[in-house]
Design a protein. Structure first.
Lengths: 417, 395
């Protein structure tokens, strides 16, 4: 029982330092790529990185980097540097942070290494296409756009076919740029690693089904770096094994992320990176735990049935079609009926009694229409939700005090139900 | 039709667009398809027309937003927000269905909001975002085929290849006439004002194509027309500063007379609500659906489609040189990501080649032209001074 816990328990995850180490090595490797004769590609968080690992290309994630800048309170300065160069304050704050680091070379890791080419996949937004066009003009490097159509209705065969054909085009693009042949066996090996990591990530998130939840989404946001940036590598698997062990240990000891967990909430959209700690502490004080998020769960379900391929047609075409499916179906690439279904399912799965929706000024495809989605979910479940207006990376767009008041009032109304 | 009567008709249609649509509907009993995106023209109008329906572009409106506030956040562009306001407040009752051709994230989500909020059937057609690789061709053809099936089921009309071909030719003829007028106005400042030209293009969103083509013809120089009939007093041409317009749309349209009264002569554009729309015809080669697909793939570049990252600046520069433009005015609606991502490098590139760029950020529903006027006047004056300096340096 949660009530028997000792209040003095240190609730920070031990694994955090290990995670920082893993991510630091990732950035150092990327920064040293040029000295090791390795190519570097910048890519979007939802792009199938497996192609790059299979071709020994070092992946670099400007989104992950931008979030890191915000968490370390550097994002605003970088955004302002971009704005001085003509980029509107209404543009995505990740993109502005990125343009700022390109212009100034400043960031917690002293900027990103120059890309040899760019790989943008619009399964998360169309913004990334425009963003990467800008970067492509700055560095005069090629940009490959892997087009993943938005799924207003279901996952139709011709869409899968279209994406699979583009994967073939991407393989040719990579072969031309590297002068090497794409190796199916290596690609399969990378896919297996991705799936192992995804499986672990799912188990980690599902640990939060337990009451009290051994970690909160604030932890998950911080610990998602490897699943975004390192999936397909052994390091990613090794790290999540450690994290999973720690969570299981906590469950055994009955340690929750939030002392005296009373409210279990779902979070929708990206986190407010520059305000993670403050919001986390407030919710904790109010005995509310964020037990799941549509955002962290977006890296789940990437299951390609590779194991069973031993007895099946192992052609690349078949493989690409299978890979296209999970990459086409993240939460943010789906229409509202599907989003409502997923939210309802998550509310039930994680035993949540409420949900917070971050209306993120920088992320239109995630945010626009959240009020409509909220009303539909509430109508169908009876569970009330709260929409708060903020931004993932731009502190100027977040009015903290009134927002906290609204959250507190919302929690009180939940308690009265 | 007499030129002045044609201009009056166009003005009337633009002021009361849905009145014109209702006229058509009452006369024909046909269905009306509202097309919603920042580029309503991206809807395959020919396909809608071939199913016996009237495709109508919903271009938002100069109205305040109240009902829509509960459904779409303030950081969507005013085109999306005022369009939703129109829908929620019953202004679009004349439409039997709505078609969303994909352009940007805001309109993508708007279609989801629309579906959840209104009863009329909604159709989406998601176009390939990249258009230079072979994979785009077959996917686009599939999307159009699938849309054709939806439109047939909705209208109860089977679209034969012959009917689609006839529609393509009808629309091609219309575009040919608009191109002709555009070509002439770049030579003859007195032919139509920039606002009249924009209104003409906008009116094509609401009128039956035959009528619109005939109105366009009436504006071309012909027998018995006197140039004094044009309503704007003009300075001699030599005084005017040649300007190129760029962007999705110059709205509110009231900005255009501001440009002209500041002394500018609009010698060309690559506007969505402009030459982008009528610059290209549907090829007349084989299967009309495949021809529609080809036209989309070869459209002059729009900021919502990815082809070649460097293309926009270069094509704008080439256009400016060809039109001997002294500067470029780039129009962008606030929150329009595709345009605001392009702008800084377009400006940098063009200015490095001696073509200054002025960005005008506008919003529908907040018709405030005071500060715009000041900026435009200053820009035109600075271009005039540069032109004089250059002329002096040459002599």
């Amino acid at each position: 029982m949660a009530m028997t816990e000792k209040p003095s328990v240190d609730r920070r995850l031990r694994s955090y330092s290990k995670m920082r180490e893993v991510m630091a090595i990732h950035y150092i490797t990327a920064k040293n790529a040029v000295h090791n004769n390795q190519r570097v590609a910048w890519l979007t968080s939802g792009a199938p990185v497996e192609f790059l690992h299979a071709m020994d290309i070092i992946p670099v994630y400007p989104e992950n980097h931008a979030a890191m800048c915000a968490a370390q309170r550097m994002a605003l300065e970088l955004q302002q540097a971009a704005e001085e160069r003509g980029y509107s304050t209404d543009l995505c704050s990740y993109a502005r942070t990125d343009f700022g680091q390109i212009a100034t070379g400043k960031s917690p890791v002293m900027g990103l290494p120059k890309p040899d080419f760019l790989f943008a996949c619009n399964n998360i937004c169309t913004t990334v296409v425009k963003w990467y066009e800008v970067v492509s003009r700055v560095y005069q490097v090629p940009l490959f756009v892997l087009d993943m159509p938005f799924l207003h209705s279901g996952l139709e065969e011709p869409i899968v076919e279209y994406v699979a054909r583009q994967m073939n085009e991407f393989v040719r693009f990579l072969e031309e740029r590297t002068g090497r042949t794409f190796d199916r066996e290596r690609f399969l090996a990378v896919l297996l690693k991705t799936m192992e990591a995804v499986r672990l990530w799912e188990e980690i998130l599902d640990a939060c089904i337990h009451r009290p939840s051994p970690m909160s989404c604030f932890d998950a946001f911080i610990h998602m770096g490897p699943i975004v940036a390192l999936r397909g590598t052994q390091e990613c698997i090794d790290y999540y094994r450690v994290l999973k062990e720690e969570l299981l240990e906590r469950i055994q000891q009955g340690i929750g992320a939030v002392p005296e967990e009373r409210h279990r909430l779902l979070w929708d959209n990206l986190p407010i990176w520059f305000n993670l700690r403050e919001l986390s502490e407030k919710l904790s004080e109010w005995k509310a735990c964020l037990v799941a998020a549509t955002y962290t769960s977006s890296w789940c379900g990437m299951m390609v049935p590779v194991e069973s391929y031993q007895d099946m047609d192992l052609s690349l075409d078949t493989l690409f079609r299978e890979l296209a499916k999970p990459y086409l179906t993240p939460f943010i690439n789906r229409g509202f009926p599907e989003r409502v279904r997923i939210l309802k399912e998550m509310l039930a799965r994680y035993n949540a009694d409420g949900f917070l929706m971050h209306s993120d000024r920088s992320c239109k495809p995630y945010s626009l229409g959240q009020y409509v989605v909220r009303d539909l979910v509430t109508r169908e479940t009876g569970i009330p939700g709260l929409v708060i207006e903020a931004d993932m990376n731009d502190p100027r767009q977040y009015a903290e005090a009134p927002t906290l008041n609204r959250i507190q009032a919302y929690l009180e109304s939940l308690a009265g139900r | 039709m007499h030129r002045q009567a044609a201009l009056q008709r166009i003005s009337r249609v633009v002021q009361k667009p849905l009145e014109a649509v209702l006229e058509w509907k009452e006369r024909t009993g046909g269905k009306v398809m509202g097309c919603l995106s920042c580029m309503p023209f991206f809807a395959p109008e020919e396909l809608v027309h071939a199913a016996g329906m009237l495709p109508v572009g919903i271009w938002g409106a100069e109205i305040p937003v109240s009902r829509a506030d509960a459904k779409i956040q303030s950081f969507a562009c005013s085109m999306a927000r005022t369009s939703l306001e129109m829908g929620l407040s019953g202004m679009l009752g004349v439409c039997d269905g709505f078609l969303f051709p994909s352009t940007c994230d805001a309109f993508q989500n708007l279609s989801e909001i629309w579906r959840a909020s209104m009863d009329a059937p909604c159709f989406e057609v998601v176009f390939p975002k990249q258009v230079s690789r072979p994979s785009a061709v077959s996917f686009l053809l599939h999307q159009l085929t699938s849309l054709q099936r939806d439109l047939e089921a909705f209208s109860g009309v089977t679209i034969s290849p012959q009917a689609l071909r006839r529609s393509c030719r009808l629309y091609n003829e219309n575009r040919t006439q608009m191109r002709g007028l555009d070509h002439l106005r770049a030579k003859d400042v007195s032919l139509v004002t920039a606002r009249q030209m924009a209104e003409l293009v906008l009116a094509s969103s609401y009128l039956p194509r035959e009528e619109h083509t005939s109105l366009t013809r009436s504006l071309l120089p012909g027998a018995g027309q006197k140039e004094t009939e044009i309503g704007v007093a003009r300075k001699p041409e030599s005084d005017r500063v040649r300007l190129l317009l760029s962007g999705v749309m110059p709205r509110p349209l009231a900005i255009l007379p501001v440009l002209e009264s500041a002394g500018a002569w609009i010698v060309g554009d690559d506007l969505g609500l402009g030459s982008l729309y009528y610059s290209l015809d549907i090829p007349d080669q084989g299967d009309p659906l495949a021809d529609l697909a080809q036209a989309y793939l070869h459209y002059p570049l729009c900021s919502t489609v990815h082809r070649d990252a460097g293309e926009r600046s270069e094509s704008l520069l080439a256009r400016a040189r060809k039109a001997e433009a002294a500067g470029v005015v780039l129009f962008a609606l606030k929150f329009c990501e595709p345009e605001f991502f392009d702008y800084p490098q377009v400006k940098e590139r063009l200015e490095s080649e001696g073509v200054p760029v002025l960005l005008l950020e506008t919003e529908l529903g907040t018709a405030e032209t005071g500060s715009v006027r000041t900026r435009v006047e200053a820009f035109v004056e600075s271009l005039r001074a540069r032109t004089c300096d250059t002329a002096r340096a040459r002599s």
